[in-house]
Ligand binder design. Structure first.
Ligand code: GLN
Ligand code: ZN
Length: 764
């Protein structure tokens, strides 16, 4: 018989029960006991569901109050000093203070840093290590949950991040030591964890080492072998799980490690499976991640079966089936999506449906395919309609992308020629001031949107309400003395969803939430078909805003790579193709804005970095098409029209050259949090166009002082000629309240004025 299992189930709950429980606990509405109970119910429900679907091994330890890497830090007692931890047991509130800086009890302290989990939109809490870091078991959560699941009668398979991946993801606050040196201290703690799991009666444990699909330094690769040699616990079998990409040069290493089984991502590394067969020792299990854990499309079961039949032949009982990675990255259950039409729904599979697919595949392999003939037939017809449906394939769109020329990705002239033309009509002062786009999304704005959706107000009322907001934003910006204004984006719930709703080819789920970090979830749009723009999306709002002022009004769009990277993207054509379709739709919008007299246009690429492949060798190809798409969107305009873009990351050095290739006239970026350190990137590489380095951190409620802003700008002026500097906050202001926004912008404008009067920012 083939064994089926799951690498992890979404923990947030089909109705975001975990989010609600957590937020109630943090705000003091429920106590720790009630929170504990909510978690227990969710876990029990998820186990029960997976068991009922027919899975053989049920994952335990995939549940987390906040993040599974933070769980590991808690279990190992890797608690930074500032949390003043007693050193015994990491209790719930210490855990939450590490996650978010505060908890119902205990002193607040700076929260752990959060960063993206591989190439997903999930964020983990970065472990922090000291040189003398010790690891000792300090939290029994995993063991308690295993006990809990065993008591309920499940055949459990605990999952935990492996020691190398855990170390790799961490950082050392004090420099001067290589974190890999901590491995010796870490292995005994891991051994103890494994021993305890064995003593609980566990047969298989899943140890996740996704870093095996990254470019690893040789020292790390070598460390794998010795670490796993030392991690032997008689009587406990270990499944080493890799995912998110091909193993490439780490393939033989992964096959050789002294463990009992290997899980591989057979979706993203489909072409490696053959090689694995020849390298995998004959005593090891091969778990084939055959169902895509990163996307929401229903599997082509016939195709999967063809592949699996060959493997079954060779591996027999050693073949296991699973999703490619944890299902953390997809929504929970399609069954509750009553709002999606039946056809689109028939193309999708969320976590619960993916588990069913795994079980169906097993049945078709082990038993007579007839037993699951219905399920196979329905999957087959979904695949067939996706291939041919006119809702997916538009001749017009395909014909248009086929005729895209290189010239369409080129502005008429170089920046050197464009800049003086733009200056002559814009007539901006030195250190021009602007903002990134959004102004506070007040409760009233959100209420108006709900009222519209639920039919309490009509379109016209809504438009009027939003126009009032725009007028207010324009008035405030004029009072503040900003130079290039924005309309404030009140009509946008979200910078991607707004455009997705107005473009053809997008669908929206009602409950398709995916955890982003802690209790925060996102509901990515679903790009199912060819993308086109039935009509202008922003022109009416922006021209209305322009009609209220003589200052230049900046049109505001979300860029193609960002729309792509924050959506679930169709898998039946290359991502680059979908990106190009979005770019063409945006190009039309840009040109419509220009025709309507809007001659400063910002195309946000907040998520350009999000799409970076895990392997550096694949970066160039990504940038080729992602930057290419931006340029297609931006390049139709006249020299006089000024194109802005905005990005918000703290890491720039490695992508600065590609960012320059976007050839935007102005780029606004996040720099304030790093004290302009980020601009170091501009020391080695002379960025050719204009830059607005964010002068204050909008993520914090603190109001910057004029002196702080002046000093940041002087630093910037040391690296970038003052003629090419802009002055702006480091991101949009939608999460802030008006009083703080006004106060902060007032300081910002004053700082710019001071620098102007002192001449080119030399001294203030
Ligand atoms: N224009 C957007 C805003 O101001 C940009 C948001 C972002 O960079 N994430 O809200
Ligand atoms: Zn931003």
């Amino acid at each position: 018989m083939t064994t089926t299992h799951n690498l992890g189930f979404p923990r947030i709950g089909a109705q975001r029960e975990l989010k609600k429980a957590l937020e109630s606990y943090w705000s003091g509405q429920i106590d720790a006991g009630q929170l504990e109970k909510a978690g227990q119910e969710l876990r029990a429900h998820h186990w029960q569901q997976q068991q009922a679907a027919g899975l053989d091994l049920i994952p335990v330890g995939d549940f987390s109050w906040y993040d599974h890497i933070l769980d590991m830090s808690a279990m190992l007692g890797a608690v930074p000093e500032r949390f003043q931890w007693s050193g015994e047991r990491v209790d719930l509130d210490t855990y939450f203070r590490m996650a978010r800086g505060r908890a119902p009890s205990g002193e607040p302290a700076a929260a752990g840093e959060m960063t993206k989990w591989f190439d997903t939109n999930y964020h983990y809490i970065v472990p922090e290590f000291r040189p003398e870091q010790e690891f000792q078991l300090s939290c029994s959560k995993l063991f308690d949950e295993v006990t809990e699941a065993l008591a309920l009668g499940y055949r459990v398979k605990p999952v935990l991040p492996g020691p190398l991946t855990y170390l790799w993801l961490g950082k050392s606050r004090q420099g001067g030591f290589e974190k890999l040196e901590l491995l010796d201290a870490l292995i005994p703690a891991y051994s103890e964890i494994l021993l305890r799991l064995r003593d609980l009666g566990v047969e298989w444990v899943q140890i996740d080492e996704p870093i095996l699909s990254l470019d690893l330094p040789q020292a790390w690769r070598s460390a794998f072998e010795s670490a796993y040699n030392r991690l032997q616990v008689p009587g406990l079998k270990r499944l080493l799980a890799t995912y998110f990409g091909p193993l490439q040069e780490n393939l033989t290493l992964a096959c050789r490690l002294p463990v009992d089984g290997l899980h591989v991502d057979a979706v993203r590394a489909a072409e490696e499976v053959d090689q694995l067969l020849s390298w995998l020792p004959s005593y090891k299990v091969l778990s084939v991640g055959i169902v895509d854990g990163r996307n929401i499309w229903r599997s082509d079961l016939d195709h999967a079966l063809q592949r699996l039949a060959v493997l079954k032949e060779k591996l027999g009982e050693r073949l296991w089936l699973a999703p490619s990675c944890s299902l953390l990255h997809v929504p929970v259950d399609l069954a509750q999506e009553s709002g999606l039409d039946d056809e689109i729904k028939s193309w999708l599979a969320f976590a619960s449906q993916k588990i069913e697919e795994i079980v169906t595949l097993r049945q078709a392999l082990d038993e007579e395919p007839e037993t699951v003939a219905d399920r196979l037939a329905s999957a087959r017809s979904a695949v067939a309609t996706r291939r041919s449906s006119s809702r997916i394939h538009s001749r017009t769109v395909k014909a248009r992308t086929a005729t895209v020329t290189g010239a369409m990705a080129q502005r008429g002239s170089s920046y050197q020629t464009r800049a003086p033309k733009q200056r002559s009509w814009l007539r901006l002062p030195l250190f021009p001031t602007t903002t990134i786009g959004s102004f506070p999304q007040t409760a009233e704005i959100r209420q108006a949107r709900r009222d519209l959706k639920q039919g309490r107000i009509c379109e016209a009322d809504y438009r009027q309400r939003m126009q009032q907001e725009i007028a207010l934003a324009v008035e405030k910006q004029e009072q503040l003395g900003l130079d290039v204004l924005v309309h404030g984006e009140p009509e946008r719930n979200d910078m991607v969803e707004y455009f997705g709703e107005l473009l053809d080819g997008f669908a929206f789920s009602r409950y398709g939430w995916v955890q982003s970090y802690g209790s925060r979830c996102v509901k990515p749009p679903i790009i199912y078909g060819d993308v086109s723009r039935p009509e202008p999306m922003t022109v009416a709002w922006i021209t209305y805003a322009q009609s209220l002022t003589d200052k230049p009004m900046k049109g505001m769009l979300t860029g193609p790579a960002t729309i792509l990277n924050w959506s679930f993207v169709r898998d039946d054509q290359p991502r680059s193709e979908t990106c190009l379709q979005i770019a063409l739709a945006l190009r039309d919008e840009v040109l419509d804005l220009e025709r309507a007299g809007i001659r400063v246009i910002q195309i946000d690429e907040a998520a350009m970095r999000e799409g970076l492949p895990l392997r550096k060798g694949d970066w160039e190809c990504y940038f080729d098409w992602a930057v290419g798409a931006f340029r297609i969107a931006a390049s139709g305009v006249a020299d006089e029209t000024q194109i802005h873009t905005h990005m918000c990351y703290s890491e720039f050095n490695d992508i600065i050259k590609s960012v320059a290739k976007m050839d935007a006239d102005v780029i606004t970026i996040e720099t304030s949090r790093s004290d302009m350190e980020l601009l170091q990137a501009f020391e080695d590489f002379e960025y050719p166009n204009e830059i607005g380095p964010g002068v204050y951190d909008i993520h914090s409620p603190n109001i910057p002082t004029v002196e702080q802003i002046v000093s940041l700008l002087q630093k910037a002026a040391g690296l970038i000629p003052a003629e090419r500097l802009w002055v702006n906050p480091d991101c949009g202001l939608k999460t802030r309240a008006w009083p703080e926004v006004e106060e902060a912008l007032e300081k910002m404008v004053t700082a710019a004025q001071l620098l102007r009067s002192s001449g080119k920012g030399g001294k203030a």
